[in-house]
Every structure is written in structure tokens, then in C-alpha cells.
Write a protein that binds this ligand. Structure first.
Ligand code: IDP
Ligand code: MG
Length: 155
């Protein structure tokens, strides 16, 4: 329904969708290599997220650079690019309430060595680079990243 985003339901639109966010999740190459993709997907399902889209693909350098554009000047950019392009990945769009925060809590901190057991990185990640999963850090990033990986008529 157009023009009703801020009406709090007075126009009759479905207010149950208020607070629903999306996130772009990537199970990185080490996740598939270690055959833990299913376990990771289960964690999102068990937490109540809806999987709206999912594909198995390989990310090329151009797409990886676009995805990680904010990190281009960082000293770890080269290793990050080699890592994310090194093998197949699973890319998902998940949705639910407060998805950005809840998904990142489920993932654990960037450095897997500091991630508590029970978090995805704590259970399956190796270190600060090889950390098994990506999740959008804001609703703006999610929108941009979902557009990058899921656009076009055949996606
Ligand atoms: P995030 O994935 O937890 O949001 P970002 O800071 O956005 O972390 O970094 C993107 C990715 O770059 C990380 O997931 C990790 O693979 C890698 N990375 C981040 N910080 C470092 C670092 O200090 N050294 C090496 N690799 C890093
Ligand atoms: Mg990030």
C-alpha cells in the first residue's frame, strides 16, 4: 500500500509487519567446506527467522569488492577478497522482528576466537578473517546487499 508507511495502521494496512526487518546472510566458503551449512541454517530457523530467498553460488572479485566496498582501504582487504571468493557460498535473505540485531547476536563477534560457544562464529569460525558467516550491519546495508546479490529476472 503506498503512502501509508507512517500511518500506524489507521489506513488499514497490516500493522503486524511493523518492525519486520531483512538481513543478507552469507555462509562463507569455510562453512560449506566444513559441511556445517545445514547446522547454520537450522540456527536461523530455530531462532524463528523466515528464509525469504536462498542460493548456492560463487562470488567473483567484482561482486566481492562491491559487497565489501567499505573495507577496500583496510589492510585485510586482500585476504578478505581471497577468502570470500575461494569457494561456493550460500546466500540468504532472512526476515523477522529486529532481524539485524538478533542475527548478529546469533553470529557472535567478528573475531571467532572471542565468540562465545553457542554463537555461529563461536561454534564454527576459526579466527578474525575466517569467521564462517556474514550478516548485514544495518537496514540500509541490508537493502544494498540484497540488491547486489538478488536482482534481475532469474534470481
Ligand atoms: P563483520 O563481518 O562482523 O560485520 P566487518 O568489520 O564488516 O565484520 O568485516 C568484514 C569481514 O572482514 C569480517 O567478517 C572478516 O571476515 C574480515 N575482517 C574484519 N576485520 C578483520 C581484521 O581485523 N583482520 C582480518 N580480517 C578481518
Ligand atoms: Mg560488516
Amino acid at each position: 500500500m503506498s503512502g501509508c508507511e507512517n500511518c500506524s495502521g489507521s489506513c488499514g494496512h497490516n500493522i503486524n509487519n511493523v518492525g519486520i526487518e531483512r538481513s543478507l546472510i552469507i555462509i562463507k566458503p569455510d562453512g560449506l567446506q566444513a559441511r556445517v551449512a545445514g547446522k547454520i541454517i537450522s540456527k536461523f530457523e530455530d531462532a524463528g527467522f523466515t528464509i525469504e530467498n536462498m542460493k548456492l553460488t560463487k562470488i567473483d572479485e567484482e561482486l566481492a569488492s562491491a559487497h565489501y566496498k567499505d573495507h577496500i582501504k583496510k589492510d585485510f582487504f586482500g585476504p578478505l577478497l581471497r577468502y570470500i571468493t575461494s569457494g561456493p557460498v550460500i546466500i540468504m535473505v532472512i526476515s523477522g522482528e529486529d532481524t539485524i540485531n538478533r542475527a548478529r547476536n546469533l553470529m557472535g563477534p567478528t573475531d571467532s576466537r572471542k565468540a562465545p560457544k553457542g554463537t555461529i562464529r563461536g561454534d564454527f569460525g576459526k579466527d578474525i578473517t575466517i569467521n564462517v558467516i556474514h550478516g548485514s550491519d544495518s537496514t540500509e546495508s541490508a537493502k544494498r546487499e540484497i540488491g547486489l546479490f538478488f536482482s534481475g529476472p532469474d534470481q
